[in-house]
Design a protein around this ligand. Structure first.
Ligand code: M6P
Ligand code: ZN
Length: 195
């Protein structure tokens, strides 16, 4: 049975990067992200200096987790790096079958996707482009620009977020800056797909 949701108008404020009304908002700081980083020692160093920068935040409208409905909202990833690695989201798989789309509104980013066999695909996003995450692909977004990377997202309300695979194994690729250029390289900390 689906919950009864009233038809709703939702305002996306691109300047302030908020969604009204919203049902969930979250701010992720370095201390929460550090276990997902390719260079945890770089994260520890920043934290040991008494800093805990905000890496990303999002506002979401999704009043139900019932199937057939859609959750959506705005995410901003701030510019910066942890060691050589650009600021990024934790990344997750959906618990249930469900695609997701990301519409870039501002800045430059990369959508990194990976299937359960460890095959990774990256798509660069600039304002106006949509990254489509098919069913079954884990996904992480990365800010590769100098300003904020802002995007609209939408996914099925009952999809759920599974962080365990990403936390335990990582993504097979990481996005870094080396010698002033962007590189997408094998993740030295990737713990494989052998099981
Ligand atoms: C986007 C959406 C959210 C997700 C958020 C942060 O806003 O995909 O569902 O929660 O990015 O990503 P993560 O949860 O992987 O940190
Ligand atoms: Zn998702």
């Amino acid at each position: 049975m689906s919950a009864i949701i009233e038809p709703t108008k939702v305002i996306l404020d691109f300047k302030k990067i908020i969604v009204k009304p919203y049902t969930r908002k979250k701010q992720v700081k370095l201390s929460e992200l550090k276990d997902y980083c390719a260079y945890p020692e770089a994260a520890e160093k920043i934290l040991s200096e008494g800093r805990d920068p905000i890496i990303y935040e999002y506002y979401e409208y999704g009043p139900t987790e019932t199937s057939g409905n859609i959750n959506f909202g705005l995410t901003v990833i701030y510019p910066g790096k942890i060691g050589k690695e650009y600021y990024m989201t934790k990344g997750h798989f959906h618990e249930k079958d469900g695609a997701e789309l990301y519409l870039c509104l501002k800045g430059r980013g990369i959508l990194l996707m990976q299937n359960k066999e460890g095959k990774a695909v990256t798509i660069e996003l600039e304002p106006g482009s949509i990254g489509y995450v098919p069913v079954g692909w884990g996904h992480r977004t990365i800010n590769i620009g100098r300003g904020k990377f802002v995007f609209f997202f939408a996914y099925p309300s009952d999809a759920g977020h599974d962080y365990m695979i990403v936390k335990e194994k990582g993504f097979s690729k990481i996005v870094i800056e080396e010698g002033k250029s962007l590189k997408i390289i094998d993740n030295p900390r990737y713990r494989g797909t052998s099981d």
